[in-house]
Ligand binder design. Structure first.
Ligand SMILES: [Zn+2]
Ligand SMILES: [Zn+2]
Length: 84
């Protein structure tokens, strides 16, 4: 089950469970759509995997299986993708 982390690892912006701006990789590294598009180039900076939109958990199930409240933030921030 997804943790549904509460923030973007790059900019620490809040990403509530119902946010359509949350993107995740297969390890559930979590970023906002702005960082993914403008900084990361669609690739997770931690594992190199693709980032896709995080699915929205239905509200009834969110009450039963709440989202994580543990914030994860990259200490060094996210470096912009460099052209090869
Ligand atoms: Zn962000
Ligand atoms: Zn990742």
């Amino acid at each position: 089950m997804l943790e549904l982390r509460p923030n973007c690892e790059c900019c620490d912006r809040n990403l509530p469970p119902e946010s359509l701006d949350a993107m995740i990789c297969t390890f559930e590294c979590t970023f906002c759509v702005n960082c993914v598009g403008n900084v990361l180039g669609g690739i997770c900076p931690n594992c190199g995997g693709e980032l896709v939109q995080r699915p929205i958990r239905p509200a009834a199930l969110l009450a039963k299986y709440p989202a994580s409240t543990k914030r994860v933030l990259k200490a060094e921030g996210c470096a912009p993708v460099r052209a090869a």
